[in-house]
Ligand binder design. Structure first.
Ligand code: NDP
Ligand SMILES: N[C@@H](CC=O)C(=O)O
Length: 349
């Protein structure tokens, strides 16, 4: 059995809880994943812990109807009010689902959450980009030393396997360049502007649809894509680049006039992240680029993302799919949990 504690219980955390509830039978029978949610700890939505497992339907009902998980029924064994660190360190959870806000300056408190879990030999799955972009080397070493699993597929392109696919199936190639649309919110805004809608209305809709970061400045100024470029350079190209060393321009000064001018010239604006390896040196950048309308990346619309891997043996390979979205990002955590279960079964961890 895998005993799960959620640290952070916003849109993505709740989406995973719902998937675990709806697919419980299938996860057990097809993947031997017997996942029991034992704890939730959230900044404003409260905390609840039950060592022999919470009723997930009642947990979701409490948070959705009252905004606070502490309205979960008071049953024997239920403990309320633990903070994040107490939940990580002092509950019987062996898997921490870290889904707090991404902080693009410090990566905290998520880095400390991962560190505390690994030091206790507990595994972590996360969609929080901070720990992977800023502390990949330290945290992956700590996880390995303590026999813990660390999954972070959803940190780049949500539930689209932008990390696991190249690691598993492009191995043996040298990847010389990675280029892509890596932020769902900004791609949604740009394509809404192409339909004549205003920047502000499109951003508001992206927030309502759960695509945007808690502080959407991180989306529109390109910081989120910059973090993802840092993850790609460290994890896929083996060369960590500090996200502060990645030149970055977002779309906040993009106007309807600019979008319409481009369309008249049969072109489209897209916010592109690029990571390049040349003469052994890896560099990265994030900026809006004007693409010909028939460029495959120009055809990527809405919150969909796309990523192109230039491989020395296989040639260019492009992957496209959701870049944001609650169910899709919940799925990215599920595939990490299934991978964890597979590794446990084959005694790799
Ligand atoms: N939404 C998406 O499409 C995607 C999101 N991500 C990443 O996934 C993570 C979660 O995203 P999402 O669910 O959309 O975000 P939300 O803002 O909906 O949820 C984040 C939750 O974390 C809680 N929280 C913040 N800090 C703490 C803390 N120190 N301890 C406990 N809880 C805390 C917040 O509390 P409260 O609001 O109660 O104060 C909130 O409930 C983010 O890091 C995001 O970057 C990655 C890929 C796609
Ligand atoms: N805010 C992000 C969410 C996923 O990382 C985005 O819009 O891509």
């Amino acid at each position: 059995m895998t005993k799960i504690a959620f640290v952070g219980f916003g849109g993505v955390g709740q989406a995973l809880a719902e998937i675990l509830l709806e697919r419980k039978g299938q996860l057990e029978s097809c993947y031997s994943l017997d996942a029991e949610v034992v704890a939730v700890s959230d900044m404003m939505k409260g905390a609840v812990y039950k060592p022999d497992g919470l009723n997930v339907a009642q947990l979701l009902e409490a948070v959705r109807e009252t905004g606070n998980v502490e309205n979960y029924p008071d049953e024997p064994g239920v403990v309320k009010g633990l903070n994040s660190m107490e939940t990580i360190q002092h509950t019987n959870a062996d898997m921490i689902v870290e889904v707090t806000f991404t902080d693009v300056e410090t990566g905290q408190p998520a880095i400390d959450h991962c560190r505390a879990a690994f030091e206790k030999g507990k595994s972590v799955v996360t969609t929080n980009k901070g720990p992977v972009a800023l502390a990949y080397k330290e945290l992956s070493g700590l996880a390995e030393k303590n026999g813990a699993y660390w999954g972070f597929e959803g940190t780049v392109m949500s539930g689209t396997p932008a990390l696991r696919m190249p690691i598993a199936t492009l191995a043996g190639n040298e990847i010389t360049e990675i280029k892509g649309i890596l932020n769902g919110t900004t791609n949604y805004i740009l394509t809404e502007m192409e339909k004549g809608n205003s920047y502000e209305a499109a951003l508001q809709k992206a927030k309502e649809l759960g695509y945007a970061e808690a502080d959407p400045t991180n989306d529109v100024e390109g910081y989120d894509a910059r973090y993802k470029a840092a993850i790609l350079s460290g994890y896929l190209m083996g060369t960590p680049i500090s996200s502060k060393d990645i030149p970055c321009k977002g779309i906040s000064d993009m106007t309807l006039e600019m979008v319409n001018e481009a369309l008249k010239d049969n072109k489209k604006w897209r916010l592109l992240a690029q990571v390049k390896k040349e003469n052994g040196e890896v560099t990265a950048s994030v900026e809006p680029q004007l693409l010909d309308a028939d460029d495959p990346l120009a055809g990527v619309t809405g919150a969909t993302n796309a990523i192109l891997y230039e491989c020395d043996l296989a040639g260019p390979i492009m992957l496209t799919g959701a870049g944001a979205g609650l169910k899709e990002t919940g799925f990215s955590l599920l595939i990490d949990l299934i991978d964890y279960q597979r590794q446990k079964t084959t005694a790799k961890i």
